[in-house]
Design a binder for this molecule. Structure first.
Ligand SMILES: C[S@@+](CC[C@H](N)C(=O)[O-])C[C@H]1O[C@@H](n2cnc3c(N)ncnc32)[C@H](O)[C@@H]1O
Length: 276
């Protein structure tokens, strides 16, 4: 298996790459996750997708850039890069490459890319402005950087449940202890400004879970992730939750799926900046 690399000494990726996490990320598509920037992306652009994960969005972006554009997906995890490579072959998409690399120090030459994209990555970084500055360095003048980050603090849940209130507390505290910020969405504009991007376009969209299929997908996913993925290990290691409390949270999500009137939504903040 390809080696992973350490993104930064001062942070840990909150979710890790347990099968339950990678399965959730593999459901993502550019038609939803990159809708805010797709009209600005066209052939023959060369695009960098940083923190690409299992690559389903990345592969969609490569298809979008046909016939003459191309995409490079990078991620600090060798395991997800291997999976992304396999998916590209399975889908018959060849204008794409993947590399195990850190966004903090890519080693690419200036002017290497016309565009850069990231989905749900900066929230996990202890120094998102350094990461964006590195992306800006490798873009050509006039190139664009497009990022989408959730804001867990701007969310709405029904019905109220103490176990799920505990979930949000655990999530925020583990993310912070790992060096990230679960409320990254609200800070995205500032990070782009601090990294030197100009002409910012800031938009929002929402993830909403209200119908039977959506509730089941979201609730069952978190019922498993809070028990078996890295967030569970870290929560116990940091003394933020006991295994017993995590079991209660897990059951809380399963009960929520079946609850009358169940609803959950949170906002996604999207920013596109230009390198002048
Ligand atoms: C929440 S996942 C998002 C994956 C993908 N963009 C998506 O939305 O499906 C965040 C990804 O960022 C990667 N990552 C974390 N730190 C990184 C770094 N310094 N450089 C590159 N990738 C990094 C993680 O390994 C993980 O795959």
């Amino acid at each position: 298996m390809t080696e992973s690399i350490q993104g930064s000494n001062s942070e840990k990726y909150t979710h890790g790459h347990h099968a339950s996490v990678v399965a959730a990320h593999s459901a993502r598509r550019a038609s939803e996750a990159a809708a805010f920037v797709l009209p600005r992306l066209s052939s023959p652009m060369r695009l960098l997708d940083f923190g690409c994960g299992p690559g389903t969005i990345t592969i969609d972006l490569a298809e979008h850039l046909l016939p003459d554009g191309s995409v490079l997906g990078i991620d600090s995890s060798g395991a997800v890069i291997e999976q992304a490579r396999r998916s590209a072959v399975e889908r018959g998409v060849s204008n794409i490459d993947f590399s195990v690399n850190s966004v903090y120090e890519t080693g690419y030459d200036p002017n290497s890319f016309d565009a850069a994209y990231a989905h749900q990555v900066l929230q996990h970084l202890s120094d998102p402005v350094s990461a964006l500055s590195e992306v800006r360095r490798v873009l050509r003048p006039g190139g664009i950087c497009a990022v989408r980050e959730v804001d867990w603090g701007a969310s709405a849940l029904w019905p109220p449940d103490d176990r799920l209130a505990k979930f949000f507390d655990v999530y925020h505290r583990v993310a912070k202890r790992n060096g990230g910020d679960a409320n990254a969405g609200r800070r995205l504009k500032q990070w782009f400004t601090d990294a030197g991007f100009d002409d910012l376009t800031v938009t929002t969209s929402t993830w909403t879970f209200a119908d039977k299929g959506g509730l089941k997908w979201w609730g069952e996913q978190w019922a498993e992730r809070i028990l078996r993925s890295d967030i569970a290990t870290r929560a116990v290691e940091y003394g933020i939750a006991t295994e017993g409390e995590l079991s209660e949270i897990s059951q809380g999500w399963l009960d929520w799926v079946e609850a009358e009137g169940a609803f959950y939504a949170f906002i996604q903040v999207e920013t596109v900046g230009v390198k002048f």
